[in-house]
Design a protein around this ligand. Structure first.
Ligand code: TRP
Length: 481
């Protein structure tokens, strides 16, 4: 059974995909990674991968969704049948569903921290606080399983309610209110940063390139980030693409998504570093940048409590518009495959992911370093889950690029892309060779054991892999008669 659902407007896919893409990745992860990796050089590599790898895979993933008009798992099943390809490609759907489930479990816990900070800011409890107090406050939050679970529960319920109300009444209508508000808040925070912070220092930190500053590690993180921030490789975009109007241009939409997503990351980076530098603080805080350094900057500035509160509402909104796109692909699958009602399907997904999220909660306290869990797995549950998603997402993206690049026929792709023959050729070259190579690079890096053999292995692997995938898995050649 296909879903038959289509977004109300031609432009809704763009809205939904931007909602998915803009999230903790832009506001939390991008600034701290940039801060840790020396600024401009990191951004240069990040922007290059967005265009050479991100956009082509974004087009590929949307294409698979729109061509099948089904949830990722059922959609891939359908496409392998109609293209006489091996059913092994269905793993794209399964990998995606697993990643969605895993990502949601920890995404919700971290988004929950933003609930805490919204509250702390708006009640003024941090006004005038010093570095030690704010650092201790963050540590105390992480040390409390009860508090973390409470916020995690609130966040995941809110996300579930939106998806449970359906793609029109739930997802579309909430995004239509949320996304414009988020852009306004972002601009307000930027204006505040310009007025109270050191925007010049922020701009020169972000836009002065010195490639020598960037380690190999930094390169890989930049590529991984460009992937994460576009929500690629795990079926979210495919699920939304299944509802996309056949009339909208894929190429133009994908470019628009990437441009908006990148612009949001840059503006957030400018605003955050302007405040951080203005308060005389350092950029290299790591994950604590948003939850320790930034509240500290707000604590010292006029109206800091109010703007800080508004900023954390922005974080929450961006996180929710992403988390709903994590629920949708799995819920749509359960509805299609098992004939559940949408509320039942959403409940199933959310409850399971919520339970898994408890493992992330415990990683910061009862099962932190030095406990049995750590001893057994060599890392916290949170790190383990993150490691898994860091493997599944790129792997999903790799397979999506290969399938779209080798299995779909020329006329199918042209029908979806609606571009010139020249663009088609560029795109196909990118998804067949460049994107798989780049993704394999990031992917292999995420498996710690292969680190030493990384570079020599990759070239061979990718070329062999691309051809093997193209020829062996496809019973019929992908060319048209
Ligand atoms: N793009 C999201 C962000 O920047 C994070 C993310 C990664 C995501 N993969 C996803 C969100 C899949 C939704 C679906 O925060």
């Amino acid at each position: 059974m296909s879903t038959h659902n289509v977004w109300t407007h031609k432009g809704t896919f763009l809205l939904a995909a931007v909602g998915s893409a803009v999230g903790l990745g832009n506001l939390w992860r991008f600034p701290y990674l940039t801060g840790e990796n020396g600024g401009g050089a990191f951004i240069l590599v990040y922007a290059l991968t967005i265009f050479a790898v991100g956009i082509p895979i974004l087009i590929a993933e949307t294409m698979l969704g729109r061509a099948s008009r089904r949830s990722p798992i059922m959609g891939m099943r359908h496409l392998t049948r109609t293209h006489h390809a091996s059913r092994a490609w269905e793993s794209i759907g399964w990998l995606g569903a697993s990643s969605a489930f895993l990502i949601l479990s920890f995404y919700s816990v971290i988004a929950g921290w933003a609930i805490h900070y919204t509250w702390q800011m708006l009640t003024g409890s941090l006004t005038g606080a010093d570095a030690e107090t704010i650092g201790a406050g963050f540590d105390a939050l992480l040390a409390s399983p009860g508090l973390l679970t409470l916020y995690h529960t609130l966040f995941i319920i809110a996300s579930g309610l939106i998806v449970g109300m359906g793609i029109h009444r739930g997802i579309e209508s909430s995004l239509r209110i949320m996304m414009p508000s988020l852009f306004v808040i972002l601009l307000v925070v930027l204006a505040y940063g310009i007025a109270n912070g050191d925007i010049g220092a922020a701009a020169s930190f972000l836009f002065t390139f010195n490639l020598a500053d960037l380690s190999l590690e930094g390169w890989l993180q930049a590529m991984g980030q460009s992937f994460f921030t576009l929500s690629l490789g795990m079926g979210a975009i495919m699920a939304y693409g299944a509802y996309m109007s056949s009339e909208a241009s894929l190429t133009r939409t994908a470019i628009a998504i990437a441009v908006v997503d990148t612009a949001v990351a840059m503006v957030a980076g400018l605003a955050i570093f302007s405040l951080v530098f203005g308060a005389g603080l350092g950029p290299g805080q790591g994950p604590g940048l948003m939850f320790v350094t930034l509240p500290l900057a707000f604590a010292e500035m006029p109206f800091g409590a109010l703007i800080g509160g508004v900023f954390f509402i922005l974080v929450l909104g961006a996180a929710i518009s992403s988390s709903i796109s994590l629920i949708e692909p799995v819920a749509a699958f359960l509805v299609e495959r098992f004939d559940l009602t949408r509320p039942q399907a959403v409940t199933l997904m959310v409850v399971a992911s919520w339970a898994l999220g408890l493992l992330t909660v415990t990683s910061f306290n009862v099962w932190a370093e030095g406990t049995l869990f750590h001893a057994l797995f060599g890392r916290s549950a949170f790190d383990l889950i993150e490691l898994l998603t860091n493997i599944f997402m790129p792997l999903g993206g790799l397979l999506i690029a290969l399938f779209a690049g080798w299995a779909l026929t020329h006329s199918e792709v042209m029908k979806e892309m609606r571009t010139s023959e020249a663009w088609f050729t560029v795109w196909r070259f990118l998804v067949r060779f460049v994107a798989p190579a780049a993704v394999a690079f990031v992917f292999l890096r995420s498996i710690p054991q292969v680190e030493g053999y990384l570079i020599p292995t990759i070239g061979a692997l990718v070329i062999v892999g691309a051809f093997a995938a193209g020829r062996t898995f496809l019973v019929e050649p992908s060319q048209e008669p």
